[in-house]
Design a protein around this ligand. Structure first.
Ligand SMILES: Nc1ncnc2c1ncn2[C@@H]1O[C@H](COP(=O)(O)OP(=O)(O)OP(=O)(O)O)[C@@H](O)[C@H]1O
Length: 231
């Protein structure tokens, strides 16, 4: 089986000439199905830039990234968009929920984008809301939900496409310690499968115990990969 992610000498710079600054330099690593890999490192060390290249958002200047054996930056741009929609589930730090839509409609968005039937999409959204324990909140707008509940709506929305790769950007930053741990317990027990790889960028040391491995970045480079404390 191919690794979930295989990055080879991924490099991204911004600016040209004297102003050229490297955000990510020749980063190579593999991540595997069935693991939770944390990416940690100081602000500005290149974590978001790296995630953006892995998930088909930002084209590298050089290097390659294969997701489940597919070299994504060799795909045509419409295929890259399809890859993003089908293979990657994003959970953003501030959830990115649409305030005027109900919780179920928010979760259904990826299906609507894939031109699936509205009623079917809402039905599937209800199913994933049940998985994240929010079955009875389907009709509410996000503003009526707590921070932890909104985080779970974002999770449900990332799950509806059945992605192989789930990417969480600071998933617990705005949550209290208990809620953060509940979310991470949920991710570990209900979302991680042996066919899924979860990548988490975080500064939150309260959740480091959930990492199978931790990759540390500094100044655009990987300076260490160690086994996490997760057993
Ligand atoms: N669009 C851009 N244009 C110019 N420079 C950029 C751009 N995006 C990122 N950078 C620079 O690249 C470097 C890495 O940024 P990046 O956002 O990847 O770091 P990070 O580790 O995710 O930081 P944080 O933890 O603060 O989110 C930084 O020096 C940043 O200023």
């Amino acid at each position: 089986m191919a690794p979930a992610i295989s990055a080879n000498k991924l490099t991204k710079w911004f600016g040209e000439g004297d102003l050229r600054a490297f955000a990510v330099r020749e980063v190579s690593f593999e991540a595997y199905f069935g693991e939770i890999l944390f990416i940690v490192g100081p602000s500005g060390s290149g974590k978001t830039t790296l995630l953006s290249m892995i998930s088909g958002i930002l084209r590298p200047n050089s290097g390659t990234v294969a997701i489940d054996g597919v070299d994504i930056w060799k795909l045509a741009s419409d295929q890259i968009a399809e890859f993003r929609l089908n293979k990657v589930g994003f959970v953003f730090q501030d959830y990115h929920l649409f305030p005027r839509l109900t919780t179920a409609e928010n979760v259904a968005i990826p299906l609507i984008l894939k031109k699936q039937n509205w009623d079917e999409s809402i039905k599937k959204a209800a199913y994933y809301l049940e998985i994240v324990g929010l079955k009875n909140k389907a009709e509410l707008p996000p503003v009526k939900l707590s921070g932890g509940e909104q985080q779970r709506v974002a999770l449900a929305r990332a799950l509806v496409s059945q992605p192989d790769l789930m990417i969480f950007d600071e998933p617990t930053a705005s949550l209290d310690g208990d809620t953060g741990r509940r979310i991470m317990d949920f991710v570990k027990n209900n979302i991680l499968t042996d066919k899924r790889c979860i990548l988490i960028v975080t500064h939150d040391s309260r959740i480091f115990e959930y990492a199978d491995r931790m990759m540390k970045m500094e100044d655009g480079k990987i300076v260490g990969i160690e086994k996490g404390r997760n057993d």
